[in-house]
Design a protein around this ligand. Sequence first.
Ligand code: C2E
Ligand code: CA
Ligand code: CA
Ligand code: CA
Length: 275
Amino acid sequence: AKAVGTGRYVHYDPVMSEEVEARRRLEAEIRRSLHDGDFRLHYQPIVDMATGRVAAVEALVRWQHPDRGLLSPQEFIPLAEQSGLIGPLGDHVLRAACAEAAGWPGDLKVAVNVSAAQFGNPGLFDDIARALAATGLPPRRLEIEITETVLLENEERNVAVLRALADLGIGVALDDFGTGYASLAYLVTFPFSKLKIDRRFTGDILTRRECAAIVCSAATLGLSLGLTVVAEGVETADQLEVLRLTGVTQAQGLLFGAPMSAEAIARRLGSEMFA
Ligand code: C2E
Ligand code: CA
Ligand code: CA
Ligand code: CA
């Protein structure tokens, strides 16, 4: 054991140090991949219920790992958040999404996920403003997707940042609605423009009365507050048919397209223009 300060001892733990070592390695790989451009965005269409046309596109990050292939966000976002690398990674995502969206036809919005850890960065607002300025994307074409976690931590500071973003004309969407708690109070305090009903409710809309009831009341609530309401995770035509009865504004899910490469979404948007 090694003496630390006065009279306290830290025992050397080989398992702990292996974990620390693995974590360090992964952090170094994230840094390197940021430098090498191995983080890619995939884009998933969000369609308008009334017209069936794409109304917005959500950017979802992937890691094209040099040895391990394409990794999903769950495999690296948590570590990036813990290590502080979510700052540079989030900024990369934001800039790439804005640059891509600036080339899309019409008034399409791009939605970017911003996690609670990113709100810990006092430069977040400036980073977002700079990404818009650098790419020429108008603020009204950018949407930030946040979860309740953002609202639980540093409520006062984060609400100020969200207000400033909303004042610029940037959309603020509450993601995974219905999975946390106290959401209703937040609807009063925060400047949301959109509510995204979590896919666990949409997924069971045909099989569980409770889920149908939750989707219905969330849609009614959101619409009566003047928000755009999105149902996430729509996979079948039957689900879509029932969703029509709830009044939701937009839908997203495998039925309309899985997340796809920048080239594929650009093709899809281009072909819709002439449809
Ligand atoms: P999310 O924001 O709730 O994103 C929706 C997830 O649902 C995506 O998973 C998407 O591929 C998946 N999905 C879409 N339609 C369907 C469907 O019909 N059925 C099913 N079963 N799944 C569907 P993905 O891409 O693996 O992302 C997972 C999570 O990682 C996201 O959840 C988001 O919280 C986070 N994430 C993704 N990209 C970013 C990013 O750039 N920054 C941050 N901070 N987080 C991100
Ligand atoms: Ca999202
Ligand atoms: Ca979601
Ligand atoms: Ca989620």
